[in-house]
Write a protein that binds this ligand. Structure first.
Ligand code: SF4
Length: 339
């Protein structure tokens, strides 16, 4: 998880303005409208957009079992709050948290995740790198710098997504909801474009994974059209308690951070830029899918039987093989499917 502080430039308190919808004092100013909202109308438009994203993309159908990837940060906590508010009667909700093994960081965010689930009455499952792969990030990543294996985030992110997916399969979930927001989405689109990775770009969307592979649970993004700082503001106005402490000490997402800063500059100068990036991508997506249809289908990993869309061996096995070779992890400690 990349811990981020919201950029507050696009939302400011304007003491003297009136709400666009009523005569009350506006407390939220959204530059891209521009819109001025009082508390209840801001909350109203925020929740409307959340529900519209779900409805327009068919993200959640009646009776589906929905997992929530819950880190304890603002995005996933607001997601749990809203899913419980609007879907608790027609859907079973189960929160899943991953403990990568980073004392002083993940243990604190997990404490918030536990509290959230207790408060909302949502079932909560926690899985750890230690139980699944036999190592924790704190010990293993100390040795990474001297080895040519990849950076901490690419290793950690791949392994975490794999545990999330496998646990969602075991729990027989239909979909896994993640707190990915418009800032994340516009950064990923721009990065894939700048890297000329159109195959990866064509796989993006409000729902990732077609659901035609039993070993893969589709991931859904109800906040795909919602700015990160609006989520922070929504949490504040609804007293949604979440982790906001130190960022992960192993964060190595240098490139993403650069895109994040540059897009924030664009958004500040030209409000609505992030949303325009998303809309442009959505217009291009049908063409991309048509062009790369063969390359975006799922294969089965020859080593673990899990899903892979890159080669015959999935990214998780590739990483584990390298970590085993470098003696960072021991074969007998890994979940038996990866041996
Ligand atoms: Fe997130 Fe990177 Fe830290 Fe893993 S190592 S928790 S991906 S910031």
């Amino acid at each position: 998880m990349n811990c981020r502080k919201a950029d507050v430039r696009e939302i400011e308190l304007k003491e003297s303005k009136k709400c666009d919808k009523c005569n009350k004092k506006a407390i939220v100013f959204l530059a891209y409208g521009p819109h001025n909202y009082c508390q209840s109308h801001f909350i109203n438009q925020f929740e409307k957009r959340f529900r519209r994203t779900i409805r327009q993309n068919n993200l959640i159908l009646k009776k589906e079992r929905i997992g929530i990837a819950l880190s304890g940060g603002k995005d996933s906590t607001a997601l749990a709050f809203l899913l419980q508010k609007y879907f608790k009667f027609n859907n079973e909700l189960i929160a899943i948290s991953i403990d990568e093994g980073m004392p002083g960081y993940r243990d604190k965010s997990l404490a918030f995740a536990k509290k959230t689930c207790k408060k909302l009455g949502i079932k909560h499952k926690i899985y750890s790198f230690k139980d699944y792969f036999g190592f924790n990030v704190k010990d293993a990543f100390k040795k990474l710098d001297s080895l040519d294996i990849g950076n901490a985030c690419s290793i950690c992110g791949t392994l975490r997504r794999r545990i999330l997916n496998d646990s969602a399969v075991e729990l027989k979930l239909d979909k896994l909801a993640i707190g990915h927001n418009l800032d994340d989405e516009s950064q990923s689109i721009a990065m894939n474009l700048f890297e000329n990775d159109l195959v990866r770009l064509s796989r993006m969307g409000a729902q990732v994974g077609s659901g035609n592979n039993d070993s893969f649970v589709p991931r859904i993004k109800p906040f795909q059209s919602t700015l990160e700082n609006e989520i922070e503001y929504y949490c504040m106005l609804n007293n949604i308690d979440h982790y906001f402490g130190e960022c992960c000490p192993h964060s190595s997402q240098v490139k993403r951070r650069f895109f994040r800063i540059k897009l924030a500059e664009f958004e500040s100068k030209f409000p609505g830029t992030k949303y325009s990036i998303l809309r442009s991508f959505e217009s291009l997506k049908p063409i991309l899918i048509k062009s790369f249809a063969k390359k975006i289908s799922w294969n089965v990993c020859q080593e673990c039987g899990g899903p892979t869309n890159s080669s015959n061996v999935c990214k998780t096995c590739e990483i584990l093989n390298k970590l085993k070779k470098a003696k960072i992890i021991k074969k007998n400690k890994i979940n038996k499917k990866f041996k």
